[in-house]
Every structure is written in C-alpha cells, then in structure tokens.
Design a protein around this ligand. Sequence first.
Ligand code: RP5
Length: 177
Amino acid sequence: MESPVSRLVKDSDRVMQDNPLVLVLMGSKSDWETMKHTAQTLDQFGIAHECRVLSAHRTPAEAIEYVSAAESRGVEVLIAAAGGAAHLAGVVAAHTVLPVLGVPMKGWALDGLDSLLSTVQMPGGIPVGTLAIGKAGATNAALLAVSILANKRPELREKLKAFRREQAAQVLAEKLL
Ligand code: RP5
C-alpha cells in the first residue's frame, strides 16, 4: 500500500489524513527531505498527521489561518520546521496554545546554527519546544509528539515503551568486529 509520505511527494501539496492529531508545517518544500523523517516516525506509531508547506514570511496570512484553525480540528500538537531566519515555529506558537515543537533546518550560511537560534531563543511568554538541528530533530519532534499524545492514550504509551526496548536491543546486539 502506498504510504501518505510517498503520496505527498508525487502528487499533493500535503499529506492528508482524516482527523490529524499532529500538524507538520515547513517553510519550504526544500525542508521536506528532512521533515519526511517526522512523517515517517508518526506513521510508524499510527498517528494521523498532516504535513504542509507554509511560510511565516512568504505566506503569512495562510500560515496564521491554518494554525488558528488547528484546535477546532482536534489537533493536539504542532511541529514547525524552518531554516535560516527561522521564525515559523515562533509565529505558529503565537497563534495557538497547543504545544509547538520547532525543528531547525541544517544548511545555510551558518550551517543550521542560525536556524537553531532563531527557533530556540523565544522571549518569555510564548514557548517553542526546540529539537536538534536536522534529521535527528525531525525524528525526535515526532517522538516527543508521541510522548505528549501518550499521556492520555495508554496504548500509545505501550508502543513507545516497545520502541525504546527494541532500540536498546539493537544497540546491545551491535558487534564491533
Ligand atoms: C525557510 O527558508 C524555509 O524553511 C527553508 O528552510 C528556507 C529556504 O527556503 P527555499 O529558499 O529553499 O525555498 O523559510
């Protein structure tokens, strides 16, 4: 069966799943190569999500409209990824009280340090939970979203524990020679 992720790449401007619990925004299609790891991880846990390209500076009105409607759609977590002067996560957080996780994109003149600082350094009052730069942050944003959702979903918490057990078993099975 074709995954939602491959559908987005081939013929859609977004991943569309019914009743998404997580929205994944990215400032540019160029972020997708990294942010597909967020979508894949959410898929792995069976979390309905929607991924969409919306920019804080290129499409500000549409970004705000989309985020403002999230709560009434039943969304519980938002993930926002951007690079360079990466203000998307902050703008998203300004327009919702749902938890917002920020993923700084790698690359750029400062190789992602610019993205990291502009995502993480939110003045007090409007929080953005910022993850690591690049692929690790993209994967961890999904895992943190799963942790948040698991607070009220025992079956999801069990899946998360099983994931950790499997990950640990893989490490312990590593052979150096
Ligand atoms: C940001 O500017 C995007 O999140 C992207 O990381 C960066 C550049 O986008 P493109 O010029 O590649 O479209 O808004």
